[in-house]
Each structure stands twice: as C-alpha cells, then as structure tokens.
Design a protein around this ligand. Structure first.
Ligand SMILES: Nc1ncnc2c1ncn2[C@@H]1O[C@H](COP(=O)(O)OP(=O)(O)OP(=O)(O)O)[C@@H](O)[C@H]1O
Length: 257
C-alpha cells in the first residue's frame, strides 16, 4: 500500500529525515517509535503531503504520492495529528461534516451516507454527547476522541495517528486502542501510529519502525523490539523485562537509578 524509498526531508537546510526505507502492506499495523525529536511526526506529515519530500520517494498503491489530488488522497488516508483541534472555531458536528469534504463537489448535497458515516464515528468513539459543543470547550481527551471520530468519518482504508492516546485517561486509552485494533482486524484498516508506549508497540500483531536522529535504527516484528541492547541504542536508557502474569507477554520497564 505504501512504499517509502530513500526518503529525506529537509526544512531550511536542517535534515529531519534521511534514507528512510520501509513499506506498509494492506492491513498492516505499524507503530513508529523513537525518542523525542527523532522524526516520527515529520514522517507522518510527509506521508500526508503536509511537508515536502526533499529526495527519495513515497508511493501509495504504486503511484507517486504527489500525483494524487488532495481530494483523492483524503479518500485513501486520514490523519489524527498530535495535540490539535481545540483551536478550531467550529462545533464538533460541523467539524465532522467538514471531514466528509472529499466526497463532495460544491453543488452536491449532504447525503444519508454522509450522515451515517459521522453517526458511526460518533458512536464508536463515544463522542455523541459532544456533538453540539464547540471544539474549544472540549477537554484534551475529549478533543482527541473527536479528532479520531473525524478521521473515521472520512472512511479511508489507511489511518495515520500521531500519539492518539497521549491525553487519555487509562480507561479511554484502553478503549481507543481496542477501537484501533478492531478497525485493523475487523475492517482491515491499515494503521500507522506514532507512540511512546514500547509495550504497546511490542504486541505480536504489530510491526515497528524505530527512528533515531531522523534515520531508521531498526524495523521488525513488535515483540523483537523488546531487546535490551536495541532499546538502549534507541533511547539511551536501560530497561528491565518482566513477564505479564496473565497473558505471559514480555513487558519492558525503564530502570531508575
Ligand atoms: N518546521 C520545522 N522547522 C524546523 N525544525 C523542525 C520543524 N518541524 C520539526 N522540526 C525538528 O525536526 C525534528 C523532528 O521533529 P518531530 O516532530 O518529527 O519529532 P518527533 O519524533 O515526532 O518528536 P516527539 O516525540 O517529541 O513528538 C525535531 O528536532 C524538531 O525540532
């Protein structure tokens, strides 16, 4: 579905990404990990066409990403950016309606299918009760769920999420991860998620792209991330490993001095 070859991204002579190679197959769930400032958000923004490619190439369904019109791209990829939404001068429902723009021409009318798409998105993110609220009045976690609802309203086969659970309480973190898993497993939605949660990334159903200093340090199957040397190299931090008492999976705990 996505093929990234020798990608490099520069802003004002500063290299943010270089030599990035990876490919995402239909139905994959990739988690992008790495220390602060390693280029994770830059990678998502470049995949979305928000930041320009300096060299190398990104193909989506075997077609260069720059050959897609904005509207075509919005029917294929949705994006949940980090920490955003509360600056928008709209109600939740107005915002969700806007996320359907790629299915409309200037003269087309709001359809039952459009309404159904936003109702489903409101239901599965448990945000129905916010529909008339202004975005700027939502809490951080409420806003994050609405941003996910907006992405789901787009009904795309691929979703990119930048730390989608960073503002959520433990209950909503679990719910949102269950939701993303379900979209991936049941609806075969392809997922690329940026996360700082290495135990989440290390799940057997996930693949991991580990970035450091704008380069790929390692990529592979989720569970293989939990390697002492690898994590030390990635985060300059020592970890201890424990076996989870109920599911027997390995978990990493950051060591404290
Ligand atoms: N528009 C910009 N101009 C200059 N530098 C930028 C710009 N955007 C990002 N950077 C820099 O590029 C590097 C990578 O940023 P990016 O946001 O991709 O990191 P990240 O891995 O997502 O970090 P975090 O985990 O802190 O969210 C950082 O050093 C950042 O300061």
């Amino acid at each position: 579905m996505i093929e990234v070859n020798k990608l490099s991204v520069k802003i004002q002579d500063k290299t943010l990404l270089s030599g990035i190679d990876f490919h995402v197959d239909d139905g994959n769930y990739w988690v992008v990990v790495g220390p602060n400032g390693s280029g994770k958000s830059t990678l998502l923004k470049t995949l979305m066409g928000i930041l320009p490619i300096h060299s190398g190439q990104i193909s989506l369904n075997q077609r260069h990403i720059n050959q897609y019109k904005q509207r075509e791209r919005a029917q294929l990829m949705s994006y949940v950016p980090q920490n955003s939404g509360r600056e928008l001068p709209f109600s939740v429902e107005e915002f969700l309606k806007m996320s359907r723009y790629s299915y409309h021409s200037p003269l087309s009318e709001w359809s039952n299918q459009d309404q159904q798409a936003i109702e489903e998105a409101l239901t599965i993110t448990d945000t129905q009760s916010f529909r008339t609220r202004l975005m700027k009045t939502l809490s951080g976690g409420e806003c994050q769920r609405v941003m996910i609802a907006a992405a789901l309203s787009q009904q795309t086969p691929l979703i990119l999420l930048d730390e989608p659970t960073s503002y959520l309480d433990p209950h909503h973190q679990v719910e949102i991860h269950q939701l993303i898993n379900q979209l991936n497993k049941t609806h075969q939605m392809t997922v690329i998620e940026v996360s700082h949660d290495i135990n989440h990334a290390a799940h057997p159903d996930k693949q991991v792209l580990a970035l450091r200093d704008g380069q790929v340090l390692w990529q592979g199957n989720g569970p293989d991330l939990l390697d002492k040397q690898r994590l030390k190299q990635l985060y300059q931090q020592d970890f201890t490993f424990v076996v989870h008492p109920t599911n027997q999976r390995l978990f990493a705990l950051a060591e404290t001095p």
